[in-house]
Design a protein around this ligand. Structure first.
Ligand code: ZN
Length: 153
């Protein structure tokens, strides 16, 4: 085993732990009182259901919370997303959504994705990319006001 392979394995293990940890103990979970936006999302291919709520104050996402019934990937992705977009402007959140989508498409993570890079490995699993992108699609629908989020087939 070369050093590079060792590092890659260590990274994969770390990413798996991040996903597990966030799916078991999701951050920003629960109903948000005083929410200014509420949107539901559904991923029929896996059965993931998600409700996303946020409080927009001035030009910042002051609070972002979710509740979900779904698989570990969709829950972990939602948890990581709420952490990543909290405190940002809607435009910044949409930028991040685009970079996240790019990572799922290419398998390569932009440096400023931070912990979101934990979901990088999902890009190799076509059916799971929908689980990972559900929270982000829901957020995009919410911020762009385009109606109910459903993952595309
Ligand atoms: Zn799923």
């Amino acid at each position: 085993m070369t050093n590079t392979t060792g590092r890659m394995d260590a990274l994969k293990t770390l990413y798996k732990q991040v996903i597990l940890e966030h799916s078991r103990h999701p951050r920003n979970y629960g109903d948000l009182t005083g929410a200014t936006h509420t949107e539901g999302g559904h991923n029929p291919s896996c059965g993931d259901q998600l409700q996303l709520q946020l409080k927009l104050e001035g030009d910042h996402l002051q609070a972002v919370q979710f509740t979900a019934k779904g698989c570990a990937i969709s829950t972990a992705s939602a948890s990581l997303m709420t952490q990543a977009v909290k405190g940002r402007t809607p435009a910044e959140a949409l930028d991040l959504a685009e970079r996240f989508r790019q990572m799922l498409r290419t398998g390569e993570a932009h440096a400023d994705l931070g912990d979101l890079a934990a979901l990088q490995g999902v890009s190799a699993l076509a059916t799971r990319t929908k689980c990972a992108s559900l929270p982000w699609q829901t957020l995009e629908v919410m911020l762009k006001g385009e109606g109910r989020a459903t993952t595309e087939d």
